[in-house]
Design a protein around this ligand. Structure first.
Ligand code: XMP
Length: 510
């Protein structure tokens, strides 16, 4: 299998680069610059290397460097940003930093004919983020692009297949970024498209078969996409030695607990322990109205229940976490082990000790995790599940959480979701759900006066959930959902639709 090495010099886009390469069905792996030598790179048979960006300046004593013999190893290299400057530095070019030489954001790029820029317009937009720049390209290199401020926005030494770009081809803001990466992968490195997500499954299964031989492994399964994919993957590798604990805190959506049990326990034959802790959570939440307090109680209780179950199992060697790459970025921890708290609501159990934490999805983005899930045969409805907050319906019950309110909410939410799906609107909204308020109002049904709760329907359209637009669900669909909810759910007498975006509102009500 042809593969590209992404040599990491500390850039924030290193994973994105690997993902862009993999999107072209070519395998890419990332290694820190100080964990491999030129000889090892040669021995491993990489078809090409990408030097990533990084926050440093090449002349800084502490900045990451690499042995210049890599330039003569006969392997094509693409240097990006810091990687470009480093290549120039290693080949004895001149890098400098001048006042007003910084470029940040969208910049106009002028390119010259070259294999790297095949199918790239002579004038296009690129994404820059630098202060230093290459003043003088090294001997043997020629300049193949410039911008208004940057005399050497790209350079190459065709005889050695060395290419450097000051801008970031991996970000979508670079108009021809995909073409440039593709030209490097296929025209310069001559890679074959012989990598598929199923290879990730196979490689991971083989790896964990070996790494976890004879070990007892525990995973907290929430039924969310990440923990589900991690569970099925590990189950494939080590079978019954993986024990999944699924804590049903009673704050799940309609029929969700049974669905998880059916899918994983029966369907995939996973060694699954379902803990029915609904009563326990409800009693802890009794009388609590403050949202943060609700979250804290649920998080703590979750850990207690999980610990109790784990203890019953005896010695556990390994804990599996469904951490995915965006969690690693969010935590800002980079290399170091990142602990994704179960359901995002608590921390790691403190009473149980593990020798090791395994994070099989740590290098993948959400869409890649979904693809792995599909490869593993996880049902579509689970793989494409909309996000659901860790504390579950607790943040959608305003005021005190009671069984009565939870049951009403579950029904109303199920009806709304059904209407959205049945009307083919699932793809046009990213999250859609119901909230039960603490407001009761007067209604009339038949000849009788009613006094019931108000339910809010909410649907948002968003890329990243940091900002969101309220989704324009057609009135007819909202009308039908409202009619059904007030007819079918006893205790709900009014339905409203939330037309606030984020900001100023948030997606959830609490
Ligand atoms: P907000 O309400 O902050 O929500 O605009 C943004 C996204 O995050 C989800 N969310 C949570 N997820 N634990 C989670 O795991 C939480 O406590 C939590 N609060 C909000 C929310 O559903 C939306 O997708």
């Amino acid at each position: 299998m042809d593969k590209i090495l992404v040599l990491d010099f500390g850039g924030q886009y290193n994973q994105l680069i690997a993902r862009r390469v993999r999107a072209n069905q070519v395998y890419a792996e990332i290694l820190p610059y100080n964990k491999i030598s030129t000889q090892e790179i040669k021995d491993k048979g990489y078809k090409g290397i990408i030097f990533t960006g990084g926050p440093n300046s090449v002349y800084d004593e502490k900045s990451p460097h690499f042995n210049p013999d890599i330039l003569d190893a006969g392997i094509p290299i693409l240097g990006i940003c810091y990687g470009d400057q480093l290549m120039a530095y290693m080949a004895k070019g001149e890098i400098t930093s001048a006042e007003n030489s910084s470029e940040y954001g969208k910049t106009i790029l002028f390119t010259e004919k070259n294999v790297l820029f095949e199918d790239v317009a002579e004038k296009s937009i690129c994404w820059m983020s630098h202060t230093d720049f290459i003043k003088q390209a090294p001997e043997g290199f020629r300049i193949i692009a410039h911008t208004e401020k940057c005399p050497c926005a790209a350079m190459c030494d065709e005889s050695r297949k060395l290419y450097g770009v000051q801008f970031h081809p991996e970000v979508t803001h670079t108009e021809f970024g995909s073409e440039i990466l593709r030209n490097f992968i296929f025209k310069v490195c001559e890679c074959k498209q012989d990598w598929k997500m199923s290879d990730f499954v196979e490689t991971s299964v083989n790896k964990y078969k070996e790494e976890l031989a004879g070990k007892k492994v525990l995973l907290a399964l929430s039924g969310g996409v990440d923990s589900s994919v991690a569970a099925v993957l590990l189950n494939k590798a080590i079978g019954d030695r993986l024990v999944c604990v699924f804590v049903d805190h009673g704050l799940l959506r309609k029929d969700e607990g049974d669905f998880v049990e059916k899918t994983f326990g029966h369907g995939f034959g996973i060694n699954l322990i379902r803990v029915n802790a609904q009563e326990r959570f409800l009693s802890k939440l009794e009388g609590v109205t403050e949202p943060e307090k609700k979250r804290k109680i649920i998080g703590e209780e979750f850990i207690r229940v999980f610990e109790e179950e784990a203890k019953k199992l005896g010695k556990i060697d390994v804990l599996v976490q469904g951490t995915i790459y965006p969690d690693v970025i969010e935590s800002g921890k980079g290399d170091s082990a990142v602990i994704k708290s179960h359901h995002n609501v608590g921390g790691l159990p403190s009473v149980i000790s593990f020798e090791q934490i395994v994070e099989p999805l740590r290098d993948l983005f959400k869409d890649e995790v979904r693809e792995v899930g599909t490869q593993l045969g996880i049902p579509h409805e689970l793989v494409w599940r909309q996000p659901f907050p860790g504390p579950g319906l607790a943040v959608r019950v305003i005021g005190e959480i009671t069984k009565e309110k939870l049951d009403m909410l579950r029904e109303a939410d199920a009806i709304f979701r059904e209407e959205v799906i049945n009307n083919g609107l699932e793809q046009s909204t990213n999250q859609y759900f119901a909230v039960i308020t603490n407001t009761r109002s007067v209604g009339v049904m038949g000849d009788a006066r009613t006094y019931g709760y108000t339910v809010v329907l909410r649907a948002v359209t968003t890329d990243d959930f940091m900002t969101a637009e309220w989704t324009r669900i057609p009135f007819e669909v909202l009308g039908e959902a409202s009619r059904r909810i007030t007819n079918e759910v006893k205790g709900i007498t009014r339905v409203v639709y939330d037309i606030t975006s984020k900001p100023p509102a948030t997606v959830e009500w609490e």
